[in-house]
Write a protein that binds this ligand. Structure first.
Ligand code: ATP
Ligand code: MG
Length: 568
């Protein structure tokens, strides 16, 4: 391929609208262009990367017995009504009508349509297990599309669905996919970590996310640095061992104290001269299952996903000032569990251990001191409600957890019988008994993986592509296109590499050498070959993008040297 004939519209200026590095570099290096918010065109270079990632995905899924299909993007509302998701999916679902006024949506995910497909053709247990996948555009009207390809409204996903006879079969399929994902992201040359993820209040029991580690990632993960332990989870799911107070005090009698205008934990601790660990925060939530008060220690944050799981609520929102006033009889900042009626109390494990704590008194400008859980108030439920922080003890081995940021590139999920039950997907077992199919689903954000690779692999000059997914492995640059000897040697190097099956681009543009070198670094080809001053002696320079290491070699040695680099 010749750069003079290829569309690589690199920019001199850094695009101002881009907030994260992958977005900036992909625009600047001529990989993508924006069409509308969260909607992008992939230019030739990005398309080459995409095909390489897809190819790795296909090879690894096929190796595990996956079969590729292509499901419709345009999906009839009836199927979504059957599964019950037409109403709960909310504004993220792109909905539209056909000319007859019938409702459709653009697929944000494909459980419904594939369940219907398999339902039509599955008869016997002999047809199971089944692993079906596709690689295709997905549509989600995200509340905040941002960060370029990382969070789009139209993006490319690989989604695979597994169909098994029972839980044991699902376990086998799940493990196969787990292994496939490990192999896919390793082969892409990415540093990643599978972590436990929350599977939500409905259906599924087990889920993992695959995180590409990058400082700018939206996702926060907590992991145990002790390798033999290996505990790792995303922040929504992460657990920590509950810490008991070191000194157990004698319970003292309940006491009302005036706390004029003191609402926050900081204000109360300063005013009463106590630590935040002595305080209990009472947080009121309105949910589809009624009102809840969640109690966590003053130095802790509440994990709303855990509260959702503890209560079984699907929708959950912090109560507004009016509701707080109505329920507690006091303005925001003075809620407490003592004498609180009409709400269910859910108490964090650590709060249940506390002695002589401070809580709001459900009246303006007052708190209680020496509150004793169980004595001064009774509670409906004890649960783990804490948002885990770096340094909290690992739930398995007690060592302090470490946190890291990452980009979620994939998720695997045991669905169980959620969809087969809702949509009547059954098979006949060997005794002729009708049984529900047990399902799993497994997604990879393909365009997000492309961007995550850039988030993780770049420097101040540009992208540094992992070899396996680079748009071209080598760029060959004649330094001066008016120098016949240089041009000829560059042409020879290019032909030799191309004939050896290496992905190579010849930068034959009549640009200044500085421009071509800058572009080569910006685009991020793993290797650069230059034909310059030493061309007269048949020598070219081979430079490694990642390390900056260079060496001179005869053009005849080039193919060997590149092969050695690729195998290293
Ligand atoms: P997120 O929590 O980031 O919104 P999700 O959990 O809703 O993602 P899944 O339904 O698990 O996403 O989709 C599978 C994969 O598709 C994700 O792991 C991610 O890599 C990718 N993905 C999801 N939403 C987007 C998006 N808006 N843009 C690009 N990729 C996405
Ligand atoms: Mg996910």
């Amino acid at each position: 391929m010749r750069a003079s004939e290829y569309l690589i519209p690199t920019l001199r200026e850094t695009p101002a609208e881009a907030e994260v590095i992958s977005h900036r570099l992909l625009l600047k290096a001529g990989f993508i262009r924006k069409s509308a918010s969260g909607i992008y065109t992939l230019l030739p270079l990005a398309h080459r990367v995409l095909l390489k990632i897809m190819n790795i995905i296909r090879e690894e899924l096929d190796r595990q017995g996956g079969q590729e299909i292509l499901l419709p993007i345009l999906q009839p509302a009836e199927l979504w009504l059957e599964s019950g998701r037409w109403d709960v999916y909310g504004p993220e679902l792109f909905r539209l009508k056909d000319r007859h006024g019938r409702d459709f949506c653009l697929g944000p995910t494909h459980e419904e349509i594939i369940t219907e497909l398999v339902r039509g053709d599955l008869r016997s247990y002999k047809q199971l297990p089944l692993l079906l996948y596709q690689i295709q555009n997905k549509y989600r009207d995200e509340r905040r599309p941002r960060f370029g390809l990382l969070r789009g409204r139209e993006f490319i996903m690989k989604d695979l669905y597994s169909f098994d006879r029972d839980e044991a079969g699902l376990e086998v399929s799940y493990r196969k996919m787990f292994e496939a994902y490990n192999r896919i992201f390793s082969r892409c040359g990415l540093v990643f970590r599978p972590v436990e993820a929350d599977s939500g209040p409905i259906g599924g029991s087990v889920s993992h996310e695959f995180m590409v580690l990058a400082g700018s990632g939206e996702a926060l993960v907590l992991y145990c640095p002790h390798e033999e332990c290996g505990y790792a989870a995303n922040v929504e799911k992460a657990e920590s061992r509950a810490v008991r107070p070191q000194v157990i005090e004698e319970p003292r009698p309940l006491e009302l104290v005036a706390t004029p205008d003191m609402r926050t934990v900081e204000e109360i601790t300063a005013f009463l001269g106590v630590g935040p660990k002595n305080i209990v925060k009472t947080l009121l939530y309105e949910t589809d299952r009624g009102l809840y008060a969640a109690l966590v220690r003053g130095d802790r944050e509440l994990n709303e996903v855990k509260l959702q799981n503890a209560t079984g609520a699907v929708r959950l929102e912090m109560a507004g000032p009016e509701t707080v006033q109505r329920i507690t009889g006091a303005p925001v900042g003075f809620a407490g569990p003592v004498g609180l009626d009409g709400v269910e109390l859910v108490v964090d494990e650590e709060v249940a251990f506390m002695v002589n704590c401070i809580t709001g008194a459900n009246r303006a400008d007052a708190h209680y001191r020496n509150v004793q859980p169980g004595r001064d108030f009774s509670f409906d439920r004890v649960a783990d409600l804490r948002l885990v922080q770096e340094g909290d003890p690992c739930p398995r081995c007690d060592r302090p957890l470490v946190s890291a940021r990452g980009v979620e590139v994939g998720q695997v999920f045991k669905l169980g019988t959620k969809y087969s039950e809702a949509m009547g997907l059954t098979y006949l077992d060997e005794h002729g008994v009708e049984r529900l199919v047990v399902m799993g689903c497994y997604g990879i954000g393909v365009t997000r993986t492309l961007a995550a690779a850039v988030e993780q692999n770049h420097d101040e000059h540009g992208i540094i592509w992992p070899v396996a997914i680079a748009p071209f492995t080598v760029v060959v640059v004649p330094v001066n296109v008016r120098d016949e000897i240089q041009v000829e040697l560059a042409g020879k190097a290019y032909a030799a590499l191309r004939d050896a099956g290496v992905d190579v681009l010849l930068d034959d543009r009549a640009e200044r050498p500085g421009v071509k070198f800058k572009d080569a670094d910006l685009v991020g080809y793993p290797l650069r070959v230059t034909a310059g001053k030493m061309a007269g002696n048949g020598l070219v320079e081979l430079r490694v993008r990642k390390t900056g290491e260079t060496r001179l070699l005869a053009v005849e040695e080039l193919v060997e040297a590149v092969r050695a680099f690729l195998q290293a």
